[in-house]
Ligand binder design. Structure first.
Ligand code: HEM
Length: 478
């Protein structure tokens, strides 16, 4: 700042920031103290709505560097050559807690990355788990209402939470992960991240493959037990954010290796499960991890509100060479994030510096609340027009996706296998991990009603009788 003069919002000097103007030394305040009024009025509006889910979070800047060639799968400019480096911003979060919640809670962790590519912003808005509780977006607001506070008591409710989860057998896979030893990562650096959904990659020949994204931590996996987490929370509600800040400040930059799994359209047709089912993983034996590059976080934001609170990630933000899949959950999310951000931040939220593209861009939209750039000046914003602007760019069109069958509300729950993959996960655990799973589940179920506990035991038993028996014993319901 060349002129450090302290001014009000319209640039006039503030003469007194200490004493309110009054009628006489002991009299009432005067309405003409416009600085007091401006100061209080701005203060009254300093809080914006928190994110409906993932309200508590922390961010950092960094970069992504390509180490392996995947141009046979995608023409995305970010992957165009080995050594190519792209700036990024990422935000970690917990899911159910409010903005002031403690970090070290048993919960999923959000893992949202915004790559500022030369062809626009590409966001992967994932979690630290490869699957989710269900596979139809119709259920998402219900999840929110089940895991957030009870409408009568205002308290978190194990009864609501487990009533909902146990009535959805397809949730068992995700519930098993969250109740396992990985359910409380010690901090954000020591956990993996996943794009979770199936996405598309499109190459220069305009051929499509299906992909999943895996970010594997180079710091190793480290988790808290319930007891360790309780001790941490008692002393520090910001343990994961603090860990991220301190690691970056001391130059110990966290890194993740990005891998993809690839499935051809042909393989998708004969894959054992629906390849677009978010409650299932693609077995690594069949679809091996293919290494792509390294993500590093190396700069902590200068201002939490400006950069972290106002960050807006969306799975809808893709670039040429990356595409969506028919995953219903992904399709629902394509609407929900931008919609939430227009409400939370305003229609011009993409102009906020952390959200703005870093490449040259020219968007068609104009006007709207808080438009702070030149609003396209005199540029024509209708099409067709005689200037030939805003025309189609067919070179960016994706290959057509073959769809068949009637439009209907298909119940893909009826004849499906909800238990094989959670059972496999259970059988992969060591006896110690299995005991932790039982004990964590019993503690988390707390005072949930007995019939809800029994329903969950029955689900676990279908995955593996030993899983059901272990949870039943831990609940004292053997
Ligand atoms: C945040 C909706 C499923 C990961 C949010 C927000 C909404 C939302 C409205 C707040 C956005 C904002 O205000 O900026 C939904 C819906 C879902 C869904 C409707 C299902 C139909 C998922 C899944 C994942 C996920 C499956 C992970 C694989 C996240 C993350 C954030 C978030 C990481 C926080 C992003 C940030 O750090 O700003 N979600 N979500 N969500 N969601 Fe979802």
């Amino acid at each position: 700042m060349t002129d450090p003069k302290f001014t009000n919002a319209t640039g006039a000097p503030v003469a007194d920031n200490t004493n309110t103007m009054t009628a006489g030394p002991r009299g009432p305040a005067l309405l003409q103290d416009i600085w007091l009024i401006e100061k209080l009025a701005h203060f009254d509006r300093e809080v914006i709505p928190e994110r409906r889910m993932h309200a508590k979070g922390w961010g950092a800047y960094g970069s992504f560097t390509v180490t392996h060639d995947i141009t046979r799968y995608t023409k995305a400019n970010i992957f165009s050559e080995i050594g190519k480096k792209t700036d990024l911003f990422m935000r970690f979060s917990t899911v159910a807690g409010e903005r002031g919640a403690a970090d070290a809670e048993r919960d999923i962790r959000g893992f949202a990355v915004k790559f500022y590519t030369e062809e626009g912003n590409w966001d992967i808005v994932g979690n630290n788990t490869p699957v989710f509780f269900f596979r139809d977006p119709m259920r998402f607001p219900d999840l929110n209402h089940a895991v957030k506070r009870d409408p009568r008591t205002g308290l978190r409710s194990a009864d609501n939470n487990w009533d909902f989860w146990s009535l959805l057998p397809e949730a068992l896979h995700q519930v098993t992960i969250v109740m396992s030893d990985r359910g409380i990562p010690s901090n954000f650096r020591h956990m993996h991240g996943f794009g979770s959904h199936t996405f598309a990659m499109i190459n220069a020949a305009n051929e499509r493959v299906w992909v999943k994204f895996h970010f594997r931590t180079q710091q190793g996996i480290v988790n808290f037990t319930d007891e360790e987490a309780a001790a941490v929370v008692a002393n520090d509600r910001e343990s994961s954010g603090r860990d991220l800040l301190e690691a970056i400040d001391r130059g110990d930059y966290p890194r993740w290796t990005l891998f993809i799994q690839v499935m051809t359209e042909e393989q998708a047709r004969t894959h054992k499960h629906n390849p677009f089912d978010l409650t299932k993983v693609w077995p690594k034996g069949d679809y091996p991890l293919i290494e792509v590059g390294v993500m590093e976080l190396n700069r902590y934001p200068d201002n939490y509100f400006a950069e972290v609170e106002q960050a807006a990630f969306s799975p809808a933000n893709i670039v040429p060479g990356i595409g969506f899949s028919p995953d219903r959950m992904l399709q629902g999310r394509l609407f929900s994030y931008g919609d939430a951000q227009r409400y939370r931040l305003g229609v011009n939220f993409n102009h906020i510096p952390v959200n703005a593209p870093r490449c040259p861009y020219r968007s068609f939209h104009r006007d709207g609340a808080m438009r702070t750039d030149g609003n396209l000046g005199a540029t024509t914003t209708y099409q067709p027009n005689s200037q030939g602007i805003w025309d189609n760019q067919p070179e960016y069109a994706e290959p057509a996706l073959a769809i068949e069958g009637p439009a209907d509300r298909f119940d893909h729950y009826a004849d499906d296998d909800h238990y094989e993959q959670p059972g496999n996960l259970f059988r992969l655990m060591t006896p110690v991990q299995q005991q932790l799973l039982f004990a964590n589940t019993a503690r988390a179920m707390g005072d949930a009603a007995p019939h809800i506990k029994q329903r969950h035991i029955d689900n676990c038993t279908k995955a593996d009788p030993a899983y059901g028996a272990g949870v039943a014993a831990a609940l004292g319901m053997a």
